[in-house]
Design a binder for this molecule. Structure first.
Ligand code: MSP
Length: 665
């Protein structure tokens, strides 16, 4: 198909919407840079592109973070989202729309979708009992949990939760989804992820999905039952259509761009995009996205980066130091797309030095220097140049390059597309060594051949510059400026990379700064380490005695703690299961309680106030993260809160029915 025909087509690509619970790290940049590269490529091919990204702002985690910081959830996310937009700006992310799930139009759109599903009988009211993982905002059944009751996705703690909620009839879609996958083999990529979805979820049969929560408020209210907010994944997934105006008065973008051509997501959220999302769309009678691609993770020391594990790399630092193009190149080149791969500062610095400074940078600077030195900047016309058989090999290699790069784009194989380009970069560097222009320049007879050699180099670099545009948006312009062809649209268009011989003899090249200065790797490693250490949280200062030193301005008055201090204490509702006296003690009771996740043994000095038979079934307040201690030789794994007054003692409890495991804040 020619590019002219394709110019009439649309292309809709999305990234996941990111949780603004914290600053984003280089792993998040990975998804966005890949989507940006694809969006830029499609625009260069003449498509009318809609590139959507944004933020997923609701949920318990954000509500808690905001509370710990003493701000409202909206204030909390506003600050982080501003930082995310700055990050995308310095990384040259060319999104067409940035959606926030707190945007009014999205809120209204989700409310309409939820009501529509309810009216169609696809959502019904019930009660849920399951294990909830707050970071993943997901419920799990006991059999799905990892060892120790941990979340199968993130490995974090889960909590047993029971609550009234609305359910989506996901269970009825298992077979329809399998059929859909089989009829549309291109729907899930890479193909292994499709098999994973079928074997791990669909063939086992899906359960209906809890789609509302009533135990926190930071979410989109269900219009017909305001006690409930919409479960985050239904809220989040709907962004792909509300961003286009679905559910509003103006659906022109929806009509133009839906169904989406590509949802690009990390592998851990393929499940949501290939099971829940298509089932929701089926229930709404809407078309399904054409393709979902689940890429691998960028690992640091063999582990997925995550702020809670403290193993993140800040993209802002890297971009400031090495440029957006260098970081984008690394992200798109280093790891086979679809697989996991490692980030190390060494691998980044080596890539910059070898591929960018040496291979590409030297090729451009040597070529431009020779063109200036031997021909004053402009090359002779074709009739004054002398071709040789060696040139044909190079020309053939370049003639097919655009097609080879495009083939890799179709499979999202960004690293392989770059590898194709770099084969040509290396071939030109070798061509310089083979033809030895400096020797040709020594004799009058050598000049026509020298002119041709430099022409092959300039023309090859022109094509390389064009094909680099989706990957590194700033470098091509700098290359074209040095070749003297900046602004000459006809010969720097994507389409023109297909043709050999367009570099004009009228072009006057100009010496420029090195594209990528060579780095001193040792020094850079030290500098990066120093930056990391400066950003790491400082070890706690020894507590100062205000009375002795006098309170300084920023210190807290004695006895006052910050919300962060308070947030360190994990308070949980626990249910007493058994209770007995501790032999040889008239003060201690030995209790077993459940904190919603597991049973714990507690030794408590309340025997004078409660008989053992009073306590089983009682909901009490447990300090859940207290270091275990031994009392009368028995390990106590927590502490129960109690109020005392004039020799009396009463255990603290909760005002109403709430499941064991509920957090207290
Ligand atoms: N909010 C959900 C997505 C909702 S989409 C309707 C979410 N947010 S996230 O912020 O946790 O992650 C967003 C994306 O970043 C995911 O695709 C995830 O895979 C990606 N990455 C986060 N860390 C990553 C790496 N270390 N490596 C590669 N991608 C990673 O999930």
């Amino acid at each position: 198909m020619s590019d002219n025909n394709e110019a009439k087509k649309t292309y809709y690509i999305s990234t996941p919407i990111y949780y603004p619970s914290d600053k984003l790290h280089i792993g998040h940049s990975y998804t966005t840079v890949a989507a940006d590269c694809m969006a830029r490529y499609k625009r260069l091919k003449g498509y009318d592109v809609m590139f959507l990204t944004g933020t997923d702002e609701h949920g318990l985690k954000i509500e808690k973070r905001a509370a710990a910081k003493g701000v409202t959830p909206q204030q909390y996310v506003d600050e982080i989202v501003a930082g995310i937009k700055d990050l995308w700006s310095i990384m040259d992310i060319s999104y067409d729309k940035f959606i926030r799930t707190t945007d009014d139009y999205h809120v209204r759109g989700v409310q309409k979708i939820f009501k529509e599903l309810y009216d169609r009988g696809e959502i019904y009211k019930g009660a849920y009992e399951g294990y909830y993982c707050t970071p993943c905002e997901s419920f799990w059944t006991k059999t799905q949990l990892k060892e120790g009751g941990r979340c199968p996705d993130c490995g974090g703690e889960t909590q047993l939760a029971k609550e009234e909620c609305y359910f989506f009839r996901l269970s009825k879609y298992s077979q329809r989804l399998i059929d859909y996958y089989n009829e549309h083999p291109e729907f899930i990529n890479p193909p292994a992820r499709k098999n994973e979805m079928i074997a791990n979820f669909l063939e086992k049969g899906l359960d209906d999905l809890c789609v509302s929560r009533s135990t926190f408020t930071w979410g989109i209210p269900v219009t017909f039952d305001e006690k409930h907010v919409v479960y985050v994944w239904v809220d989040a997934l709907s962004n792909y259509i509300t961003a286009l105006g679905y559910g509003s008065d103006d659906t022109s973008l929806y009509d133009k761009f839906w169904p989406c051509d590509l949802h690009l997501v990390g592998k851990e959220i393929v499940r949501f995009h290939t099971i829940i999302w298509p089932a929701m769309l089926m229930a709404l009678d809407l078309p399904l996205p054409k393709r979902v691609y689940g890429h691998g993770w960028l690992l640091l020391n063999g582990d997925k980066m995550s702020k809670s594990k403290g193993n993140v790399v800040d993209p802002v630092v890297l971009v400031d130091r090495y440029s957006s193009d260098a970081i984008r190149y690394f992200l798109l080149r280093e790891v086979p797309f679809g697989s996991d791969g490692s980030f190390t500062p060494e691998s980044l610095l080596n890539r910059i030095n070898s591929d960018l400074a040496n291979d590409l940078g030297n090729l451009v600077s040597r070529t431009v220097s020779m063109q200036l030195k031997y021909f004053g900047g402009s090359l002779p016309e074709a009739q004054n140049r002398l071709a040789a058989p060696l040139d044909d090999e190079i020309i053939d290699l370049f003639k097919g390059l655009k097609a080879r790069v495009e083939e890799q784009f179709d499979e999202l194989q960004f690293p392989l597309a770059l590898a194709e380009i770099w084969k040509c970069v290396s071939r030109l560097n070798k061509y310089i060594d083979e033809t030895a222009p400096w020797a040709l320049a020594k004799t009058e007879e050598g000049i026509p051949r020298l002119a041709q050699v430099l022409y092959v180099l300039a023309e090859g670099i022109r094509i390389i510059g064009i094909l680099l545009e989706p990957f590194m948006p700033n470098t091509p312009g700098r290359i074209f400026a040095q070749l003297g062809i900046a602004g000459n649209d006809a010969i720097i268009s994507w389409q023109s990379a297909e043709n050999w011989g367009l570099y004009p003899s009228s072009a006057v090249c100009v010496k420029g700064d090195p594209l990528f200065p060579r780095l001193d790797i040792e020094k850079e490693l030290e500098a990066l380490e120093a930056i990391k250490n400066a950003a790491a949280p400082k070890p706690a200062e020894p507590v100062k005695d205000n009375k002795q030193e006098g309170a300084k301005k920023d210190e807290l008055p004695e006895g006052v703690i910050t919300i962060d201090d308070f947030a360190k204490v994990s308070l949980k509702v626990a249910e007493v299961l058994t209770c007995e006296r501790v032999e040889g003690s008239d003060k201690l009771l030995r209790l077993t309680v459940t904190n919603g996740e597991k049973e714990k043994q507690i030794v408590s000095g309340i025997a004078k106030f409660y008989a053992p038979e009073d306590l089983p079934g009682k909901k009490v307040i447990l300090v859940d993260n207290l270091k275990p201690a031994k009392l009368k030789g028995i390990v106590s794994e927590g502490m129960l809160l109690a109020a005392t007054c004039e020799g009396n003692l009463k255990l603290l409890t909760v005002d109403g029915d709430i499941p064991a495991g509920s957090s207290i804040s």
